[in-house]
Write a protein that binds this ligand. Structure first.
Ligand SMILES: CC(C)(COP(=O)(O)OP(=O)(O)OC[C@H]1O[C@@H](n2cnc3c(N)ncnc32)[C@H](O)[C@@H]1OP(=O)(O)O)[C@@H](O)C(=O)NCCC(=O)NCCS
Length: 119
């Protein structure tokens, strides 16, 4: 997957009324992530890292950056969901302190919902 394709696939699904991040390696966009707001409960929406740049902690950094942004703006909770088979995303969320709150099925797939409360 090249960089243009990678971003183009997801641009129309980035959150409206929230914020998003794009990380660059030189001139090349290599990762992105979105954050949506609903009162004091925010959600991590969408994230991706270019295949050539995976496994270096970029997703974790994107989670942390979005948490900081949300906390500074009064968030009391951040949540997210993953496909049940997305082990890298699940591992990132678990190691960042998220807990599994429910699992649900849609369109033949199983999804997991995760959340983290801020003290
Ligand atoms: C999921 C994705 C964003 C991860 O990005 P990344 O920058 O490579 O992730 P990181 O390097 O931060 O690693 C995340 C965690 O996954 C773990 N991991 C990496 N590959 C793994 C694998 N094949 N199986 C299980 N865990 C794996 C890492 O060890 C790390 O866990 P840790 O924080 O406990 O050490 C990336 O693979 C991707 O863009 N996938 C396609 C799109 C997608 O699935 N987006 C997320 C939708 S929720």
């Amino acid at each position: 997957m090249d960089a243009d394709c990678f971003l183009g696939e997801h641009l129309d699904t980035l959150p409206l009324g929230g914020a998003w991040w794009v990380g660059f390696d030189g001139q090349t966009p290599v990762c992105y992530a979105g954050l949506a707001r609903a009162g004091k409960k925010w959600s991590l929406t969408r994230a991706g890292v270019l295949a050539s740049h995976r496994g270096h902690g970029l997703q974790r950094r994107l989670v942390r950056a979005r948490e900081r942004h949300a906390r500074r703006r009064g968030a009391t909770q951040v949540s997210s969901y993953t496909h049940a088979g997305n082990y890298p995303s699940a591992n990132t969320l678990i190691s960042c302190g998220y807990r599994l709150t429910k699992h649900w099925r849609s369109g033949g797939s199983t999804f997991l919902t995760w959340s983290k409360d801020f003290a």
